[in-house]
Design a protein around this ligand. Structure first.
Ligand code: PLP
Length: 448
């Protein structure tokens, strides 16, 4: 492993004042070992750490930075907004413009599919967690029911009732559920296998009259890229509606990343509620949830379901998000798709040359490399994800890091490309991969 003395010193200092030294668990590198890198700046496709080393960034702040780092137009919009004042606690024009932009993009996606838009109103919040938490409260308030169906391996933020069998950091640390979630909260959550319609049907047969909503990642990226089987999301919608329940499509990760209209643009299923975050924030804290006006009107102050936020619709965050979305043209999505394909193919070629069994899966331009000796077998759910050879990921990750490529520090996270990746950055990835593939080949499984 490369020496990163300043990061190591900062990490030791951080651990004295911040639990585990980080403000979000996966940043601590526990799944891959070694010293988390403390970044000091980012520009285009590169990050620079406290020791002065640069990395090609394939995490993109876990999704938001689709234009790369410090995009000049986004920085200028933020500076301009900040100069006018940081927060007013009143309505502002920017909030209307951002809401119109979000609705406009999904409405255009719906028009391309020849169907009415499922998104008429949105409420802005500060994080994806708040978006899913609020969408669930609204679903419960509108249906008068309490249970929620979620899928094993899907992550919807750290909402109490949604931590059951969650993906992302929760699997990275092998925490099946979190202490602090009460039995009553857990009892309201029915967890079923992903892509398993029979299990969803059985849940409705057993508890149908108590189920308020099914929540699903529009295309899961928190157990690696595990896309829905064709027709799965539509079947969820139909099953939910047959039983008087709602469908919440969580597009926090996929929204405005995998197409201009997110996963909805690729698979236009008219969920009752959508949740957004990451890309729509431009890299500052902003997120949203929304749906048709009739359902959204249950929210205070129009309706009785309470939801609020001191900094919701913050003018600086709104300026970043709006500029980022306006820059996200069709050409940007073609670039993201091309990068995802190219980098995925380069990784596969290096792993194949090193004799490492693996399977590459895509959910739009989100992708994962699963280490497996049965690469012909699609990975369709969390059980199959957990059966992969994750012990190969740490050595692979560290060889890439040494060579100046920053991958997600967990085998269960997707690789996030950004449109700033250029041929020099892609060359660096290509040069790093053969040694990383050799490191993966040499990895030995932990003793049983
Ligand atoms: C699909 C999905 N939903 C919700 C969240 C939670 O978002 P946040 O981390 O902004 O609270 C995430 C975060 O990774 C996510 O991927």
């Amino acid at each position: 492993m490369t020496d990163a003395p300043i990061s190591a010193e900062l990490f030791a200092r951080a651990q004295r004042v911040i639990p585990g030294g980080v403000n979000s668990p996966v940043r601590a590198f526990r799944a891959v070992g070694g010293t988390p890198r403390f970044m000091v700046s980012g520009r285009g496709p590169y990050l620079t750490d406290a020791d002065g080393k640069t990395y090609v960034d394939l995490v993109s702040s876990w999704g938001p930075m689709i234009h790369g780092h410090a995009h000049p137009e986004i920085v200028a919009a933020v500076q301009e907004a900040a100069a006018r004042g940081l927060s007013f606690g009143t309505p502002t024009l920017g909030e209307i413009e951002l809401a119109e932009e979000l609705i406009g993009k999904l409405t255009a996606g719906a028009a391309r599919a020849g169907v009415p838009s499922p998104l008429e109103e949105v409420r802005l919040v500060n994080s994806g967690t708040e978006a899913t938490m609020s969408a669930i409260r609204l679903a419960r308030g509108a249906t008068g029911r309490s249970k929620i169906v979620k899928f094993a391996g899907c992550y919807h933020g750290h909402v109490d009732s949604l931590l059951a069998s969650a993906g992302s950091g929760v699997i990275t640390f092998g925490l099946p559920d979190s202490p602090g979630v009460t039995p009553a909260q857990a009892a309201e959550t029915i967890v079923v296998g992903y892509n398993d319609l029979a299990a969803v049907r059985a849940a409705f047969e057993q508890d149908g009259s108590e189920i308020a909503a099914v929540i699903t990642e529009a295309a899961p990226g928190n157990m690696g890229a595990v896309p829905p089987l064709p027709g799965f999301n539509q079947a969820l919608l139909e099953l939910a509606h047959e039983h008087g329940a709602l469908l919440i499509s969580d597009e926090v990760m996929t929204g405005f990343r995998v197409s201009e209209a997110g996963w909805y643009g690729l698979d236009p299923v008219a969920a009752d509620l959508f949740t957004f975050g990451k890309v729509m924030s431009g890299g500052l804290p902003a997120a949203a949830f929304g749906g048709r006006a009739a359902l959204m009107s249950y929210l205070a102050p129009a309706g009785p379901v309470y939801q609020a936020g001191t900094l919701s619709g913050n003018p600086v965050a709104v300026a970043a998000g709006l500029t980022s979305l306006r820059l996200a043209t069709e050409a940007v999505y073609r670039r993201l798709d091309d990068h995802a394909r190219t980098i995925g193919e380069l990784a596969s070629a290096a792993l194949t040359a090193a004799g490492v069994g693996h399977r590459r899966q895509y959910a739009g331009n989100l992708f994962s490399i699963f280490f497996t000796e049965t690469p012909e077998q699609p990975i369709t759910d969390f059980d199959r994800v957990r059966a992969t050879d994750t012990f190969r990921y740490g050595p692979f990750f560290h060889a890439m890091l040494d060579a100046g490529v920053y991958l997600p520090p967990s085998a269960f996270e997707v690789w996030f490309v950004n449109a700033a990746l250029d041929s020099a950055a892609i060359d660096r990835i290509a040069e790093a991969l053969p040694a990383a593939a050799q490191a993966a080949a040499r990895a030995v499984p932990p003793a049983a």
